[in-house]
Write a protein that binds this ligand. Structure first.
Ligand code: NAG
Ligand code: NAG
Ligand code: NAG
Ligand code: NAG
Ligand code: NAG
Length: 395
């Protein structure tokens, strides 16, 4: 997939500032908000905006997001490495969130542009020095590669600069080398390791579908073919359990049955992938499954007030990133096919973050349903995903 001709400007899982009239832009989301107070567990006693589940305004959500972003930059962005706190895959996620925010808030565009070009140059060098002489955004983990491919696709959407799309294509080409060697089928997680988790499969599906939506001709067909091949395996693997929760791995020791917990990011990446696949090869089944997964998540992977919660733990720094990944992908699904319940969920979680989970320095803790504990770049950028989604759905 190297010859890119007549790139189509398609907006999947992204709001593009220059495409304000696009039918799928946030301004075209339905204006009727959730009217079910019980469904929306208000954190405030009463809402002056009767049709909405919260009294927080779009302007307030925007100011939350701007404040959280300022803290992210001032506290963790490292100019010399191009990364936030020199975290590798987490920085790819923070970059994706930044693009989403800059699409909604032109005032940060110039800052964002500098980050894109600085990261593209410096982070690749950091990778070269830290991951055993591998240049660019390729390392030995297929899931890391998937996060970077999705990030550069987003940057391409926002800038229309082809170098970023080419970076994503190059990464994807490398990801295809991990297909078919896993003991249980699907994509490897780590190069040379025939077992382990399936986040790499969810990301592979997402990258393939996102590329198909941006390429034409044989390149588009190649992306779509990979996406359908992955979905064919994934949908039959048992990873989506009968309750529509996506499990984190298969038991490669025995029967390849699904095992371990359903983590929030497994749900998120899967429903974002399905929204992108539906755009590439429209089929209502994809959106129906995605909505069932989203429903299951917002009904079960939550505390008693309906606030998103990682059940394993809220402190492992990698896992702290996951909740934001879910919210970012729920926003993707919301763009594809909006539901009042999803909007209410995004707004309620944002209200909880802002009112409960922050300290006096506008830093967010690792869990959203309890008071602030500790700050980290993972927690900050994860929360930012939720705040950005609230900006988008409350417009
Ligand atoms: C940025 O990263 C470099 C390389 O690891 C490190 O030496 C430097 O201290 C970091 N700078 C900041 C401000 O953290
Ligand atoms: C799974 O991978 C780990 C390394 O991550 C390795 O130690 C283990 O032997 C592998 N198990 C199987 C069944 O291949
Ligand atoms: C595979 O077996 C090993 C050794 O008994 C165990 O530590 C590991 O958790 C098992 N992995 C899975 C995915 O079941
Ligand atoms: C998801 O839940 C909503 C109610 O919040 C319901 O209307 C919808 O049918 C559900 N969708 C699926 C696919 O389960
Ligand atoms: C936190 O953010 C608010 C709103 O942007 C700002 O007024 C306040 O000064 C910030 N607090 C700190 C300690 O930076």
């Amino acid at each position: 997939m190297n010859n890119i001709v007549n790139i189509l400007l398609l907006v999947s899982c992204a709001y593009i500032a220059t495409a304000a009239t696009d039918a799928r832009s946030p301004t075209s989301l339905p204006s009727s908000r959730s009217s079910s107070a019980s469904q929306a567990t208000n954190l405030q006693a009463s809402s002056p905006l009767k049709s909405r589940s919260t009294s927080t305004t779009n302007a307030e959500y925007l100011s939350y997001a701007q404040t959280a972003f300022e803290v992210l930059q001032n506290t963790w962005y490292n100019q010399s490495t191009g990364l936030w706190d020199n975290q590798w895959w987490n920085s790819a996620n923070a970059l994706t969130t930044l693009v989403e925010l800059s699409g909604l808030d032109p005032s940060i565009d110039s800052t964002a542009q500098v980050v894109y070009s600085n990261m593209y140059a410096q982070a690749a060098i950091w990778n070269l020095h830290n991951f055993g002489g591998v240049d660019s955004f390729i390392n030995s983990y297929y899931d890391d590669e998937g996060w970077w491919a999705l990030a550069w696709i987003k940057v391409y959407d926002q800038t229309q600069n082809q170098i970023y799309l080419q970076a994503a294509i190059d990464i994807f080409d490398d990801m295809t080398t991990g297909w078919g060697a896993h003991i249980c089928g699907g994509l490897l997680w780590e190069k040379g390791n025939k077992n382990n988790s399936v986040i790499s499969d969810e990301l592979f599906l997402s990258v393939a579908a996102h590329l198909a939506n941006r390429l034409e001709g044989t390149d588009k067909q190649a992306g779509l073919k990979w996406a359908l091949m992955e979905w064919d395996w994934f949908s039959q693997s048992g990873l989506i359990n009968p309750d529509y929760l996506v499990m984190d791995s298969l038991n490669y020791n025995y029967s390849c049955e699904p095992t371990t917990l359903p983590l929030t990011y497994n749900q998120g990446v899967t429903l974002g992938s399905l929204a992108a696949l539906n755009e590439a090869a429209p089929n209502n089944v994809y959106l129906t499954i995605a909505k069932a997964i989203a429903n299951a998540t917002i009904n079960t992977l939550v505390d008693s007030n309906g606030i998103l919660k990682e059940f394993c733990c809220d402190k492992d720094l990698d896992w702290v990133q996951f909740k934001g990944i879910f919210m970012r992908n729920l926003l993707c699904l919301q763009y594809a096919s909006p539901e009042n319940a999803f909007q209410a969920f995004i707004e309620k979680n944002t209200d909880s973050i802002w009112r409960n989970a922050q300290n006096g320095n506008n830093e967010t803790g690792s869990a959203w349903h309890v008071p602030f504990n500790t700050a980290s770049v993972q927690a900050q950028s994860s929360a930012l995903d939720c705040l950005v989604a609230a900006v988008a759905v409350s417009m």
